[in-house]
Write a protein that binds this ligand. Structure first.
Ligand SMILES: Cc1ncc(C[n+]2csc(CCOP(=O)(O)OP(=O)(O)O)c2C)c(N)n1
Ligand SMILES: [Mg+2]
Length: 377
């Protein structure tokens, strides 16, 4: 059957500048000032050391469930450094390195993972949204922020983070569709770490790449080696500039790997092989960047001790605060609390005060909630 070819024909590109063997494509090497390179490496190492510390804190019962970033430091730092303070950063739940770069105090992140309301509140005047646990739901919000910036003619670009699994959610497609239709200033950063808990990428999509999904929505998509901080930096910088100049959205697929557990509640040995993990350990983003910096004479031997001391001081500040207030779990979801939550709140408040549970006869007769039992302990 004769058919005509529609122009333009689409293609998806892959970018790599510093490969896993430390080979540098000098023609593509971005110009980054030495001080900035050092700051980037410090932020990646801080991300790694904080991660290890947080996993230990969880194992010791000092924080709750935590989602480690180990292996994804380049994808986060290579992208986030291109934001101005006035730009907006929209995280999912695995962006601790990017969040610390943006200025979130470490003790605030610890507080989030220990159940404190304050842990979810971005520092005042910081243009970041809080951590989002429901997969992909942050993306329509991010497009809304970009739409608002465009409407108000603010010189602002939005960067939104999410994982490979998030691309199967309706919210992802709705967000990309409207980002394209409205041509808003946003950079979508997909950290394709190959797994959505125990679901591998091949069960997530039949597409050759995730980057190509942007083409359906009418804007560029680029795949980049997500363990190559220089590649992520260069790709993000280009996308940010395009967005700032009115060129609309970009989707970046950062191909990376989650070297650790999905969360501290997960056991990845049940669904993936040690060989696969070892293969990706060879592509560690930190080793590669360290070798690059060493050649430039920009590595500082004392960095690790300095970072560990910074983390230790933050852990101390975190643990110096009193216990979290259980009643805050009823706040902020609704402007006006619905009656059933009002009743539950009264019940918990009564239980915390040591008195008989308050509330309607139905709620008082219902079995105690987990929070109540915990509060009595
Ligand atoms: C809407 C929704 N469905 C299911 C979950 C449970 N859940 C938490 S993380 C996750 C996988 C997310 O995978 P991906 O988007 O690849 O991000 P990653 O965890 O790999 O960073 C799922 C299914 C959730 N939090 N929200
Ligand atoms: Mg994933």
């Amino acid at each position: 059957m004769p058919r005509s070819i529609l122009e333009p024909r689409f293609q998806v590109e892959h970018l790599s500048i510093l490969d896993s063997d430390g080979n540098l494509d000098a023609a593509l090497e971005p110009t980054i000032a030495p001080d900035q390179l050092k700051r980037m490496y410090r932020a990646m190492l801080l991300g790694r050391r904080l991660d290890e510390r947080m996993v230990r804190l969880q194992r010791q019962g000092r924080i709750g469930t935590f989602a480690p970033i180990k292996g994804q430091e380049a994808a986060q730092i290579g992208s986030v450094v291109n934001l101005r303070p006035s730009d907006w950063m929209v995280p999912s739940f695995r962006e601790t390195a990017a969040m610390v770069w943006r200025g979130w105090p470490i003790e605030k992140l610890l507080s989030f993972f220990a159940g404190y309301l304050e842990g979810g509140q971005p520092p005042r005047d910081q243009h970041d949204l809080p951590i989002t646990i429901p997969v992909s739901t942050q993306l329509p919000h991010a497009v809304g922020l970009a739409y608002a910036a465009q409407y108000r003619d603010d010189d602002v670009v939005v960067m939104a983070y999410f994982g490979d699994g998030a691309t199967s959610e309706g919210d992802f497609h709705e967000a990309l569709n409207f980002a394209g239709v409205w041509h808003v200033p946003i950079v979508f950063v997909c950290q394709n770490n190959q797994w959505a808990i125990s679901v591998p990428l091949k069960k997530q999509t039949h597409s050759r790449t995730l980057a190509q999904k942007a083409l359906a929505y009418g804007f560029p998509g680029l795949q980049v080696d997500g363990n190559d901080v220089l590649g992520v930096y260069a790709a993000t910088r280009e996308a940010m500039e395009r967005a700032r100049d009115g060129g609309g959205p970009t989707l970046l697929e950062c191909v990376t790997y989650r070297l650790g557990v999905h969360t501290t509640a997960d056991d990845p040995t049940k669904y993936r092989s040690n060989e696969e993990v070892a293969e990706w350990e060879r592509k560690d983003p930190l080793t590669r960047f360290a070798a690059y910096l060493e050649k430039k004479g920009l590595l500082d031997d004392r960095l690790e001790d300095e970072i560990d001391a910074e983390i230790a001081a933050a852990v101390q500040r975190f643990e110096a605060q009193g216990p979290p207030e259980p009643l805050t779990m009823f706040d902020h979801a609704y402007a006006v609390r619905p009656p059933h939550l009002e009743a539950q709140r009264a019940q918990v408040a009564g239980s915390l005060a040591g008195g008989a549970p308050h509330g309607t006869p139905e709620t008082a007769a219902s079995p105690p909630m987990r929070g109540q039992r915990a509060a009595r302990r």
